[in-house]
Design a protein around this ligand. Structure first.
Ligand code: SIN
Length: 301
């Protein structure tokens, strides 16, 4: 579908919390001019998480908007997924070698099958797909159906986590790598093709610097991924566990966070390079349906 490209004058309204801003005055279903994309990118660098309310997007429009921020990344291997083939009116199952760019995050069951992943459970603090050597730089989540309460998504500012870290902790992690576990999703489910791990030192995944430098802003951020089965390389397991507990407690303090309460038509874009996120559980008898895209990132340094 040809997109009408025009310059849209946007307003940026910060949440007033440690991160997050609303972008107003924009219709993401239209093609965005380079000036408009530039203004959104600046706001994104400044606020790390952007919310666009009142949008009406199909998957192609969601993918087109996401592609303004880089090349689209494949959806993660998750417990249940039904993905739309770009430009076509059909869905594929994960087993098919199709181009799986849209993940469905949902608790809805249709004809005895989950239409998406993560159910109605809590999803714990994490960074998307950081078990890959080149984790996605960003994720965009678009709300199609939301429950009357619950299912809020929390975000935490990892620049601030780094900048406020006590010197004693900083000294212990400078130059160190951490293993990011690939075996479980953020709702605690074992991912397809993996077996349970009892010793974090042997968990499959990727090793990344605990302090990473954002390739665009040049700022340093804590990069923790997810707590389960994490292991700091070169430390005894007990020492690694103690240090990780201290880092996680520091990085997820309420003053570093902001919570998104969803409305239908919200699109939220976050920067995985400097933001952690999590989700509250909600009543499984209610419906929540989200479509997510992710943008390819570089190897963290
Ligand atoms: C996620 O944890 O990636 C999903 C967030 C959400 O469903 O709000």
């Amino acid at each position: 579908m040809a997109a009408v490209m025009e310059r849209q004058r946007i307003a940026v309204r910060p949440t007033g919390a440690a991160l997050g801003a609303d972008i107003e005055g924009i219709d993401l279903a239209r093609g965005l001019s380079p000036d408009t994309v530039g203004a959104i990118k600046q706001a994104w660098s400044d606020h790390l998480v952007l919310r666009f309310r009142g949008q009406h997007l199909d998957d192609d429009q969601l993918m087109r908007f996401s592609a303004c921020f880089g090349e689209l990344d494949w959806a993660p291997v998750i417990a249940a997924l039904r993905a739309k083939v770009p430009g076509q009116d059909r869905f594929v199952e994960p087993a098919e070698e199709g181009r799986r760019y849209i993940s469905v995050i949902s608790n809805i069951i249709e004809n005895g099958r989950a239409v998406g992943a993560l159910g109605a459970y809590e999803s714990i603090w994490h960074t998307d797909m950081s078990y890959n050597p080149q984790p996605p730089s960003a994720s965009a989540l678009y709300a199609l159906e939301v429950p009357p309460s619950g299912g809020d998504t929390g975000f935490a500012n990892m620049y601030l986590a780094y900048e406020t870290l006590p010197e004693a902790l900083l000294g212990l992690i400078r130059g160190r790598l951490c293993r990011h576990d690939a075996t479980h999703n953020s709702a605690g489910e074992l991912r397809r093709g993996f077996t349970e791990v009892t010793d974090p030192r042997r968990t499959p995944g990727a090793d990344h610097p605990i302090i990473r430098t954002h390739p665009v802003t040049g700022r340093k951020a804590l990069f923790l991924g997810r707590r389960r089965n994490a292991c700091i390389q070169g430390l005894e397991l007990e020492e690694s566990e103690r240090l990780l507990d201290a880092l996680w407690a520091h990085a997820t303090r309420p003053e570093l966070t902001w919570y998104q309460q969803w409305q239908v038509g919200d699109l939220v874009l976050w920067d995985n390079r400097c933001v952690l996120h999590r989700r509250d559980e909600f009543d499984p008898a209610t419906r929540r349906l989200m479509h997510r895209s992710q943008i390819k990132g570089d190897r963290p340094f």
